[in-house]
Structures are given as structure tokens and as C-alpha cells.
Design a protein around this ligand. Structure first.
Ligand code: AMP
Ligand code: MG
Length: 523
């Protein structure tokens, strides 16, 4: 293979930061930073150090976004710092923070949760944007409940790879800068070793943060949180009659778009609890997620989700349900512009009207994505039916989700023999042929040439996604301290739409040994 790991870590020419400069650049006390909300929102505490931290992986692309030279990752100080081991004592004003939130887990109110194993380091400003850095797996916090505050190597590699893969698929997500490992043992079903992922996001605020202050009847804090989110991320809401209702509308739009994005790539999140829903509409908290291989519309990727609450087919509905929880939490802030008399009724009507907007946002967003996946330009009556009919045949045949859409681009308008690469994915060839005949009729209506259409389709139908068996192979090697496969996978997944013929094997069907891979909440 032509991939050379050292290419990925080439030093940036110019003004990239040194390690001392990186730590100095992490700003914790800007007046409008989350940490300024104060002690009712968070607890300041150091990370719990780990012995002998080592570099497992670094995303050169995420590093560059932060203005960090990826070559720094090879300095011991990098692993020490991003393991949460400060070289000196944490200066008091730079002490990290764990935040408190609550949430609904599997449809049931779970009460107080919080960053049980994550701590915020502060923000880095780069390219005109500010990014918060968070160490996940950095030790216990006041919100750890029964947990040990740690994360295992396996789940950390999965979170790292998938965050970066989603980013390169163009799907809103928190990112991951690095995974640092330590041989510190942690007990899960068996004894494993620990790791720390540095997550990167403009904000880590979740629906659950709002639910927390609502459930504790702390309206002032609820308002402070909402004002923080509006000022920093949704300033346009200030123009509205009711800024908080406008905030709900913005979050609703982003969540609807995110659900459409997930459905369009066959991504299952696995734990769509309200504490895992980002106020910025980002994919957050990668646990037992999965990309669907053989398509089953009701696929459940989380082995612990015995009811199938978070099945692929239910994700949009759950997103909508979670928005109801957010709306409920914001109710005390709504309707300040109304007179006291009759306010309560008007507020509920307003909130319901905004939430109703989910349907009008989500359905066209999903249709547009699937139209693009089918290579159709102008919308036509019947496109939705055509897309659904394909999904039905795929479901009946357990046809591979990613390969089906990728190979569709090889079909030509005129020549049915070009169907083979996609047709061969279906056991029931006749059922596929029936659909293909309808598709071909529809293509005849489209002005683009086969080549133009194929090029456009290949920009929306990825060739490479983080299939479970690929992550598993990288994890097995990493457990033996060989991190080259993590690096190679990151490289492949950084260009998911490119052919990359040298990595063709990474686009193949899962091998037989992977058919019983199970992913649970244990992480
Ligand atoms: P999750 O299901 O990963 O979203 O986690 C739900 C809650 O449990 C969050 O408050 C986490 O911070 C917390 N949590 C999960 N694993 C651990 C752990 N090993 N130690 C402490 N807290 C944890
Ligand atoms: Mg979580």
C-alpha cells in the first residue's frame, strides 16, 4: 500500500504552535465562555493522572483546525498533556471543569447525570472560531455516580475514528484530536486498558443541560444557560419576539437536518438519550454506534437496547421526541412578551407550533438527500416512492447499504448490463430488476449524462464508512500496541468519497467472522 504514516504527520510550515504555546493558548476565562456560568453549572477539578501515557492516534486534520502542528504529537509532552497529566500543577485559573446535566435515558427520566468522565480544558481560538477541548476518560468527577471516570482503549478508538469519519462525510459532529493510551487497568466485562480522547467542539451543551435546570426549578440558571447559547451560537434569535422560542426553532432545524444526514448514510447512533443530544445539532457521544452493512430498516446497533428504541427507522422520531423534552425544559422562558393573563396557553401553542415544524423540515431534507443519492436533479412526483421502493428491496435482501448506493452510480441509462455491480448485491435479482426498470425510466427524464450523474452521486454516496469490522481490526492490533491500522483507517476515512483504489478492500462486505460482532453500552 502506498500510504506512508509519516506523510500524515508532516510539520506545518509557518506559524504553528509549540507544545508550551498550545497549553498557553488554551483559554479558560473568556467572559462569554461556558465555564463563566459558574459553580451551579460545573465543578472545577484536575484530571486524575494516568501512568506512562502514550500516543495512540492523532488527527492531523483536527490538529490543523486548531492551529496545532500535528508533528507535536510525537513529543512526550503531548501525550502527557492530553492524558490529563500536567507537567506542573494545574494553575488555579486553568483548572479544568466537569459540567452537570440531567436527561431522559431510554425514554425514562434519569435525574442528574453530568460529565462523569469528561473534563473541559478551555478553548482554543483558530481560524476565527473558538473550540472547546474536552478530555474524555480523564478520571472521576462529582458526576461519576458508580463509574470509574475512565474509558477503555476500544471505545476511545471507535469514538476517535467515527468523529473524524463523520466530519469528512460532511455530517455535523464533535471532532477528536487525539487518543492517548495508558496501561492503567479498568474493569468492564473483563480487564482492559484505559485511554483518553480529546474531543473538540464549539460547544458541548446538551439538551440535558436545560432539562437539569428546569427539573430543579432554577429558572434564573435556565435563563443564563439559554442566554449563553443564544449569545454564542444563535445571535439571530435576539431579533425574534421570543428569543427562546426562536432558539427552540433553530435547534429543531439542526436536529431535523442531522437526522436526515444520519438516515442518508445508514448511521445508527445507538444511545439517543436527551443527554446525548447536542444543542448545536452535532453528532455527540459515540458509544455503541454503527453503520449499517446489510440493510435492515429496523437495525439496532446497541446490543443493550433490547426494545429497539433507537433502531435506525426510529431515529428521526426519537429526535423529535427529544426536542419535546427540550421544549418542555424551555417553557419557563417562553412568552415573556405576553401579558400574564393567558400566557401559559399561548406558550404551549407556540411551542407546539414550532415543534410541528420538524415534519416540514425533516421530510424534505431527507427527500433531498435521497434524491441526490439516486443522482436525480430536479424533483419529480414519485421520487420519494422510488427511493422508498429501493430501501424496501434492500431491506428484503439485506443488501449492503453503502455498496448499493455507491454502485448505483455505475448504472447507465441505456445499458442494463451495467447494473451488475449493484444487482449482484441482491439475492432476489428479479425484485431488483423491477426496481431498476422504474429507475431507468426516471433517469431518462434527467438531462445529465451518465458520467456527470455518476460523478455527482459519488460526491454524496461514500465508498468508505467506519464499518464495525474495520474498527474491530484496528482495535485488535491496537491492543497489541500496533497503532498503524488506526492511522491507516483514519487516512482512508478522511476521503470517504474518493475511489482510493489502493484501499478497495476497506469498501468490501464484512467478513464472516464479523457477523456476530456486538457493541454494547460498556465503554
Ligand atoms: P453515556 O451513556 O456514555 O452517554 O453516559 C451516561 C452517563 O454516564 C454520563 O453522565 C456519563 O458521564 C456517565 N458515565 C458513563 N461511563 C462512565 C464511567 N466509566 N465513569 C463515570 N461516568 C460514566
Ligand atoms: Mg453521554
Amino acid at each position: 500500500m502506498s500510504f506512508s504514516p509519516s506523510n500524515a504527520l508532516q510539520a506545518e510550515p509557518g506559524d504553528a504552535l509549540s507544545m508550551d504555546e498550545v497549553t498557553a493558548a488554551i483559554d479558560i476565562d473568556r467572559p462569554d465562555a461556558f465555564v463563566q456560568l459558574g459553580t451551579r453549572f460545573l465543578t472545577r477539578l484536575p484530571a486524575a493522572p494516568v501512568p506512562d501515557p502514550y500516543l495512540v492516534a492523532v488527527s492531523a486534520d483536527a490538529a490543523r483546525q486548531l492551529g496545532i502542528d500535528p508533528a507535536l504529537a510525537h513529543e512526550p509532552a503531548f501525550a502527557e498533556f492530553f492524558a490529563g497529566n500536567p507537567t506542573r500543577d494545574w494553575p488555579a485559573q486553568k483548572l479544568p471543569y466537569a459540567t452537570v446535566y440531567s436527561g431522559h435515558q431510554f425514554g425514562v427520566w434519569a435525574g442528574q447525570l453530568g460529565d462523569g468522565r469528561a473534563i473541559g480544558l478551555g478553548e482554543i481560538e483558530s481560524g476565527g472560531r473558538r473550540f472547546e477541548l474536552q478530555l474524555k476518560g480523564a478520571g472521576r468527577t462529582p458526576y461519576s455516580r458508580m463509574g470509574d471516570g475512565r474509558a477503555v482503549l476500544r471505545s476511545s478508538i471507535r469514538e476517535f475514528l467515527c468523529s473524524e469519519a463523520m466530519h469528512h462525510l460532511g455530517i455535523p459532529t464533535t471532532r477528536a484530536l487525539t487518543v492517548i493510551g495508558s496501561d492503567l487497568p479498568v474493569r468492564r466485562e473483563s480487564i482492559e486498558t484505559s485511554a483518553i480522547v480529546t474531543r473538540v467542539s464549539e460547544s458541548f451543551v446538551r439538551f440535558g443541560h436545560f432539562e437539569h435546570f428546569y427539573s430543579n426549578d432554577r429558572v434564573d440558571d435556565l435563563k443564563a444557560l439559554a442566554d449563553h447559547v443564544i449569545d454564542r451560537f444563535y445571535p439571530q434569535c435576539c431579533e425574534a419576539d421570543d428569543p427562546y422560542l426562536a432558539l427552540l426553532g433553530e435547534v429543531m432545524n439542526r436536529t431535523a437536518d442531522l437526522m436526515a444526514d444520519w438516515q442518508a448514510v445508514g448511521f445508527c447512533h445507538g444511545v439517543m438519550n436527551t443527554d446525548n443530544m447536542s444543542i448545536l445539532g452535532l453528532t455527540i457521544d459515540y458509544g455503541p454506534f454503527g453503520f449499517i452493512d446489510g440493510f435492515n430498516a429496523h437495525h439496532v446497533c446497541n446490543h443493550s437496547d433490547t426494545q429497539g428504541r433507537y433502531a435506525y427507522s426510529r431515529q428521526p422520531q426519537v429526535g423529535y421526541w427529544n426536542l419535546f423534552c427540550l421544549a418542555q425544559a424551555l417553557v419557563p422562558l417562553f412568552g415573556q412578551q405576553y401579558p400574564e393573563e393567558g400566557r401559559a396557553e399561548r406558550v404551549i401553542e407556540d411551542a407546539q407550533r414550532v415543534l410541528e415544524g420538524f415534519k416540514t423540515r425533516f421530510a424534505p431534507a431527507l427527500e433531498a438527500r435521497f434524491r441526490a443519492k439516486l443522482g436525480l436533479t430536479d424533483p419529480r412526483e414519485g421520487d420519494e416512492k422510488l427511493a422508498n421502493a429501493l430501501l424496501e428491496v434492500m431491506h428484503a435482501n439485506r443488501a449492503d447499504f453503502t455498496l448499493t448506493f455507491r454502485n448505483l452510480a455505475k448504472m447507465s441509462k441505456a445499458d442494463a448490463s451495467s447494473d451488475a455491480p449493484v444487482r449482484d448485491l441482491f439475492v432476489d435479482r428479479a425484485a431488483f430488476d423491477t426496481w431498476a426498470a422504474d429507475y431507468r425510466k426516471r433517469l431518462a427524464d434527467d438531462s445529465r449524462s451518465d458520467e456527470e450523474r455518476a460523478a455527482a452521486m459519488n460526491r454524496v454516496n461514500p465508498k468508505y464508512v467506519l464499518r464495525n469490522h474495520l474498527a474491530e481490526q484496528a482495535i485488535r492490533q491496537a491492543k497489541e500496541k500496533d497503532f498503524s491500522e488506526v492511522e491507516r483507517l483514519l487516512h482512508v476515512l478522511s476521503r470517504p468519497f474518493d475511489e482510493q483504489p489502493e484501499f478497495h478492500a476497506y469498501a468490501g462486505l464484512p467478513p464472516d467472522w464479523a457477523s456476530d460482532l456486538e457493541v454494547s453500552c460498556s465503554s
